[in-house]
Design a protein around this ligand. Structure first.
Ligand code: PRX
Length: 662
């Protein structure tokens, strides 16, 4: 926290100095879904059977025989032999009581809106499921989706779930190359996409990106194209492209019974970044994932069927899957989707939406909160936010100043904040306070949820003790956990699991690759990634993926990508670059590098700075000292450089970037 920040809003500093624990407001506790402190003990004493609580929130065609099968660790199975359908649970089962209630409230960026009641959602999901059958999609075929925040995205996901075809949603901001990589990895022969969408008033051409991605897919692809932009962009469809509306109209009134899926059958694949350049296809299943998404939506987000709930994430990431689509719809809630950005047409867009739709629960990311802080409290103050009951944060550590600002200016000091730590791989929230029970400590996510075992350990697996930094581990399975990496059990074992034979329970331990510390009350503060993954505005990006996009540019000899601190984004991408002999170090060349990253991954990974250097700091054994490069990028004081083969290079780089003395 810089001094300068302190001057702009000194009140926050003073308050944080005198108060570091906040009690949940009584008005919230009175009505909370979960208020019995005994729940932690109940899960401990009755583990794993206590997880029935989660499974009972959804409907099963056939009940499970066993809660947990741990005979083949760490390939755990949950709710063994249970049968269900996720689309039935998110749609059909609400028809008796909630047919006329709103399932999806959609707000387009230019200002229009669309509402789907549960009955309307049922109709369109069924019709699109019939259309998918007609196109030849069969059970277990992976259907890729490359769509922005439009209602047809959750509809297509639920239609896939209805017929047992796993979906693989690729964030619309990713590049065509990234789409092609993921479709090849998942062997997807089907794609649902759209013509375009609005971003800050401009209609973006999305179909062109989708088409150039499809060109690089190895197998033949059949595409469905949603017409989002109408007359704004007329698209001539090719022979393998089908218009979404026409397909749905052709199936008007069709009925498609939800197929019976085994609890362990794949519901979806979600690609995420890891240490190597190749994205990982995280596999989530029907029973455990859905039960876990529903349970955490109930216990942590406190969702009730009559709520209007808004998660401002994009469905292209796991947060949108679990907490825009599956969790809230499984509970019969109204889930709100917004197409655009928070600053269009003005910086109060989010608060205007909260006001207009009487949003009860709001879930966003620290990067957005930091932007709101910068814009100033007058934007939320101009709107009535009194409908809000609970606030959530996800995706990266939230600094205490941002926490307090959120608490005061958005929650009016009457809403608890849940700072929820979890990952693509965990399927749902793992570490956070229960808002009707626990006190909140700004900056610390809180204790592990009931039934979740988490600790902070040293490199040999021993707990580090209070307030010491170490590696976060999860030492018990949970229903929402990833089951494997798609077609790559070996990488799944290698990347996430270690067996500590000396540990008490002789158990397998899951490594999320995050650093953390734990305080005397058992509250966990997550410090950030310990692998080569960076977190830009809550988006997880692999440095190796970015590097491989860059080293393909003619004239580049070597590149190292690291994350450096960034006031708004949390972290930003910094590129250190050695050029080949004869390649001039010009701004035009920098632009080429930026364009290569746009093309390889997408504008979310766009470098903050490209720094030319004659050498990279390397250890005597030739390893790039990334930590040092990160410190230079963040302008931190540099630690020990004596183990370097070329210590003099550090000063040279720091001078170029100017970061070290800012
Ligand atoms: O480093 C942690 C950070 O985001 C990573 C997971 O990223 P992803 O799989 O894209 O999922 C993001 C949404 C769940 C984690 O390994 N992270 C997520 N939530 C928090 C967090 N870091 C600190 N505090 C959090 N609440």
């Amino acid at each position: 926290m810089s001094e300068e920040d302190g001057h702009t809003d000194g009140g926050i500093e003073a308050r944080l100095d005198e108060q570091d624990v906040f009690e949940p407001p009584a008005s919230f506790v009175e009505q909370a879904n979960v208020t019995d402190e005994g729940i932690y003990e109940e899960f401990e004493e009755n583990w794993p059977d206590a997880w029935e609580r989660a499974a009972e929130l959804i409907e099963w065609e056939e009940p499970w025989d066993r809660i947990l099968d741990d005979s083949n660790e760490p390939f755990y199975e949950w709710f063994v032999d249970g049968k269900l359908n996720a689309s039935y649970n998110c749609v059909d089962r609400h028809l008796d009581e909630r047919a006329e209630e709103v399932a999806i409230e959609w707000v387009g960026e230019p200002g229009e809106s669309r509402t789907y009641t549960y009955e309307e959602l049922h109709r369109e999901v069924t019709e699109f499921a019939a259309a998918l059958y007609e196109l030849g999609v069969g059970e277990d075929d992976v259907v890729a989706m490359y769509m922005p925040m439009i209602p047809e995205l959750p509809i297509a996901m639920l239609a896939c779930a209805r017929i047992g075809a796993p979906h693989a949603v690729v964030f619309a901001g990713f590049s065509p190359d990234a789409l092609a990589d993921r479709m090849n990895a998942g062997d997807s022969s089907y794609l649902v996409t759209c013509d375009g969408y609005y971003r800050r008033g401009d209609p973006l051409n999305h179909i062109e990106k989708a088409r150039s991605g499809v060109e690089k897919v190895d197998q033949d692809v059949t595409s469905v194209v949603v017409d989002r932009l109408g007359d704004e962009r007329a698209v001539d469809l090719g022979p393998d492209e089908h218009d979404y509306d026409t397909l749905v109209q052709e199936q008007a009134g069709a009925t498609v019974e939800p197929v019976t899926r085994d609890a362990e059958d794949m519901l979806f694949l979600m690609y995420t970044s890891g240490t190597t350049g190749e994205p990982k296809g995280v596999k989530h299943t029907t029973g455990g994932y859905l039960a876990y998404a529903a349970w955490t939506s109930h216990a942590v987000l406190d969702l009730k069927p009559e709520d209007t709930y808004w998660c401002s994430a994009d469905i292209g990431w796991i947060t949108g899957h679990s907490y825009i689509v599956y969790g809230p719809l499984a509970l019969g809630t109204t889930t709100l989707m917004y197409e655009g950005t928070p600053d269009y047409p003005d910086n109060d867009r989010f608060w205007e939406i909260c006001d207009e739709y009487d949003v009860d629960v709001f879930y966003t990311a620290p990067t957005a909160i930091r932007a709101f802080m910068k814009w100033g409290p007058e934007y939320p103050a101009a709107h009535d936010l009194s409908s809000l009951r609970l606030l959530g944060s996800v995706g990266e550590p939230i600094n205490p100043r941002a926490w307090l600002w959120y608490y005061e200016h958005i929650g009016g000091e009457e809403c608890p904040i849940v700072d929820t730590w979890w990952q693509t791989e965990t399927g749902g929230m793992m570490i956070t306070t229960l808002p009707g029970i626990n006190d909140m400590k700004p900056g610390s996510a809180g204790p592990p949820l009931p039934g979740i075992g988490a600790d902070v350990v040293d490199p040999s697996g021993d707990p580090v003790g209070a307030d010491r930094a170490g590696h976060l581990v999860v030492n018990r399975p949970w229903p929402g956990m990833l089951r494997t990496l798609y077609r790559n059990d070996e990488r799944f074992l290698e990347e996430y699991w270690r067996e500590y034979s000396k540990s008490e329970r002789d158990q397998w331990v899951y490594f999320p690759e995050d650093g953390a510390k734990i305080d005397a009350d058992g509250y966990i503060t997550v410090l950030g990634r310990v692998d080569d993954v960076i977190n830009v505005s809550g988006h997880r990006l692999g440095t190796m993926e970015i590097e491989s996009a860059i080293v393909g540019v003619p004239g580049v000899a070597e590149a190292a990508v690291v994350g450096g601190d960034h006031e708004l984004k949390g972290e930003a991408v910094y590129v250190y670059l050695i050029t080949e002999d004869g390649q001039e170090e010009t701004d035009a060349f920098r632009d080429e590098i930026v364009a290569a990253v746009d093309e390889g991954i997408g504008p979310i990974a766009r470098p903050e700075e490209v720094i030319f250097t004659p050498e990279l700091p390397k250890t005597r054994s030739g390893k790039i000292m990334r930590r040092l490069l990160e410190d230079i990028a963040s302008g931190k004081e540099l630690g020990d450089t004596s183990t370097l083969r070329n210590p003099e290079i550090v000063g040279e780089i720091a001078e170029q970037i100017g970061g070290a003395d800012e």
